[in-house]
Design a protein around this ligand. Structure first.
Ligand SMILES: NC(=O)c1ccc[n+]([C@@H]2O[C@H](COP(=O)([O-])OP(=O)(O)OC[C@H]3O[C@@H](n4cnc5c(N)ncnc54)[C@H](OP(=O)(O)O)[C@@H]3O)[C@@H](O)[C@H]2O)c1
Length: 218
């Protein structure tokens, strides 16, 4: 198992903490993988540094929320869209041939993209706005949730589209899904209230901790 993230030393710390917290867990096969999703180049580089011969399960979990940095990323995109969608897009599509080969040889493989019910805060993706500096009316909590929501909508559409293209090519044993992981510390209290109010209208009973196990079922 590989833990992917920014900075080898913090990844090593996480591995050490896992070993301490779960002494029964076999962590001898736990490795760090350096991955910075904030640019296409570093996301592809992270994927290419994965040198194992098989990849059974890929969970795309990392993400940012309510980032009020107004500048576009080094690739020229709004930052939630860059990190939460484009970074994972580059990482996953670079590794997809290995995932497909794994499924061919061992029966099946899986990709789970951690999305969010935050997608309900937008009606679509504003493709003009995501290439520009963030305007004042898209800052703060509501604006931040909208930009976050766009990136999470992109996560869902991306997962559905890879799944569709795989099936179209006759690949039946690679499962690609998007999931809402439950609600925990990252979102502010007001956000939780808003999300729960929104979610009750469409998806009842999504609450941590049970729903945080959701992606394990995918
Ligand atoms: N928390 C919630 O209530 C909630 C609800 C719905 C969906 N989600 C989704 O669940 C996922 C995890 O959320 P969380 O609450 O666990 O978030 P979190 O505690 O803030 O953790 C996010 C992780 O993403 C990593 N990350 C951020 N930018 C990165 C980059 N450029 N390259 C690589 N890694 C990067 C962070 O790494 P560093 O340690 O280096 O900063 C951190 O480990 C996200 O996709 C989020 O949208 C969360």
């Amino acid at each position: 198992m590989y833990l992917a993230g920014r900075g080898l030393s913090s990844l090593q710390d996480s591995i050490t903490r896992l070993k301490t917290t779960y002494p029964d867990l076999s962590t001898s096969n736990l490795h760090p993988l350096e991955l910075d999703l904030s640019s296409i180049a570093t996301s592809v580089a992270g994927a290419k540094s994965f040198l194992e011969p098989r990849l059974d399960i890929l969970i795309a979990n990392a993400g940012i929320a309510l980032d009020n940095n107004t500048a576009v990323s080094s690739d020229g995109w709004e930052r939630h869209f860059q990190t939460n969608h484009l970074g994972h897009f580059a990482f996953i599509t670079t590794l997809l041939p290995l995932v497909e080969d794994t499924a061919k040889e061992y029966g099946e493989a899986r990709i789970a993209v951690v999305a969010s019910v935050g997608y309900t805060f937008v009606n679509g993706i504003d493709f003009d706005a995501i290439r520009k500096e963030v305007p004042p009316n898209m800052l703060g909590f509501i604006g931040g949730m909208k930009r976050y929501g766009q990136s999470k909508l992109a996560n869902i559409l991306f997962a559905l589209e890879i799944a569709r293209r795989l099936r179209e090519r006759g690949v039946e044993n690679v499962w690609v899904n998007a999931v809402h992981p439950g609600e925990i510390t990252l979102l502010h209290f007001v956000g939780l209230v808003l999300i729960r109010w929104k979610v009750r209208l469409s998806l009842p009973a999504l609450e941590a901790p049970d729903s945080s196990l959701g992606f394990l079922h995918l």
